[in-house]
Ligand binder design. Structure first.
Ligand code: PMP
Length: 425
């Protein structure tokens, strides 16, 4: 029997208090394969949450690529090595417009840190805008945009947060005006930044608004906003850490689905299937301005092993047709979730293998936060790992590894139906 309390105590002592874990009683995971995880007691869980093992836990092709490269060479990034060039050419070819250059890093936070500095380098200004219910990472600079905990001393004056789009409670009061209202809020923030002397450098946006609760948004939603940003001389940063690499099924990138062309794209989590690698992809003149201004160097970013891992991930996405699978299985799962009948279900939404269900307690759309917590725990007890998201944490967040099949979707939805039947509404 594994000793969860003992592990928690050792963590508290060694790592300090308040280190996030999932679930009232966290799980100790010791092995993974495909979409499955096993705990120390041998219990098997269906992983419906984890976008880091993008092509499946411990995929043999990725494992082999990492092992082979690690056995040949791994070193810092100031020698010439073809790995970064081969990968960079392959990655940038996946973008539909002139995003032709890249900087490689180790995490999504680093990627966004670089992207924000690109905004500063291009404009010579410091004003940054993001939504008011988001997370883009943990560096000192990026955490100024992340809204989970305000920075000590509060948000700096060169940061503005605009109301996040919402499916059920749309910005501006209605779905049809939400896109315009969002753009107007960005325009107002830009005016304030200019008036206060910071100037405007960048808008950072997840094109799926993942941490905001992935509201349903039509293609073109960001068009008026992008126009506002361009007119003001700033750059648009698309944080593709969550929707990228085909997760949303219909497209390889989230920004393609909304139909806009960002100046900079940041990548992380799924890129190395668990190996820590991220990237910033940018237009050449943006990259040139950044390199000139900062002389940026990253010891590990783009090392031979990271590039081998990232390259192998692209191999698997292609050979196993995982984007198509995300599309087909995602549609199937959404349709099945849509058949659930429960008085607290307000909306079933998502795209590809990134979907969920928002729960409310009444006609006033009061978030059913505690109820969703109970659902998450009950699902875990039945061997299904998922979690919650959104401003009030009242939306189930389901984002499994990409080889998720219809059979897995059936298990997920059947178990959820069972849980909803047993819990008091
Ligand atoms: N951007 C987004 C949208 C994220 O959700 C996260 C992490 N949850 C990050 C950036 C930061 O990535 P990392 O934890 O790899 O630094």
């Amino acid at each position: 029997m594994n000793d969860i309390a003992g592990l928690m105590e050792r963590r508290r002592r060694l790592l300090g208090p308040n280190v996030p874990t999932f679930y009232e009683t966290p799980v100790e995971i010791v092995r993974g394969e495909g979409v499955w995880l096993w705990d120390a007691d041998g219990h098997r869980y269906l992983d419906c949450y984890n976008n880091v093992p993008h092509v499946g836990h411990c995929h043999p092709h990725v494992v082999e690529a990492i092992a082979k490269q690690a056995a040949t060479l791994n070193t810092h990034t100031r020698y010439l090595h073809q790995g970064i060039l081969d990968y960079g050419e392959r990655l940038t070819a996946l973008f539909g417009h002139d995003l032709d250059t890249l900087a490689m890093v180790c995490t999504g936070s680093e990627a966004n840190d670089v992207a924000l500095r690109m905004g500063q380098a291009v404009t010579g200004k410091t004003g940054m805008i993001a939504t008011d219910n988001t997370y883009h990472g943990n560096t000192a600079l990026v955490s100024q945009l992340s809204t989970r905990r305000p920075p000590i001393g509060g948000y700096p004056p060169n940061v503005r947060r605009v109301p996040a789009p919402d499916s059920l409670r749309p910005v501006g009061g209605g779905q049809e005006v939400q896109a315009q209202a969002f753009a107007q809020n960005v325009a107002r923030a830009i005016d304030e930044l200019e008036a206060e002397g910071h100037g405007f450098a960048s808008l950072t946006i997840c094109p799926f608004f993942a941490n905001e609760g992935f509201p349903v948004l039509e293609p073109g939603f960001l068009d008026p906003t992008v126009e506002v940003v361009r007119r003001a001389g700033g750059i648009v940063i698309a944080d593709e850490v969550q929707p990228g690499f085909g997760r949303i099924g219909s497209h390889f990138w989230g920004h393609e689905r909304l139909g806009f062309a960002p100046d900079v794209v940041t990548l992380g989590k799924p890129m190395g299937n668990g190996h820590p690698v991220g990237a910033v992809v940018a237009r050449p003149e943006v990259m040139a301005a950044f390199r000139q201004a900062f002389g940026y160097f990253n010891t590990f970013g783009g090392n031979p092993v990271s590039c081998a891992a990232a390259n192998a991930v692209l191999d698997v996405i292609e050979t196993e047709r995982l984007v198509e699978n995300a599309h087909d299985t995602g549609q199937y799962a959404l349709a099945r979730l849509g058949e659930l009948s429960h008085p607290m279900i307000a909306e079933v939404r998502g795209a590809g293998l990134f979907f969920g269900v928002e729960f409310v307690t009444d006609a006033q759309l009061t978030p059913a936060t505690e109820f969703v917590e109970t659902v998450v725990e009950a699902m875990k007890a039945r061997g299904i790992l998922l979690n919650k998201i959104g401003r009030a944490g009242n939306t189930l967040k389901i984002r499994p590894p990409m080889p998720f099949s219809r059979e897995h979707a059936d298990l997920l939805v059947d178990t959820l139906a069972e849980v909803l039947e047993t819990l008091p509404a």
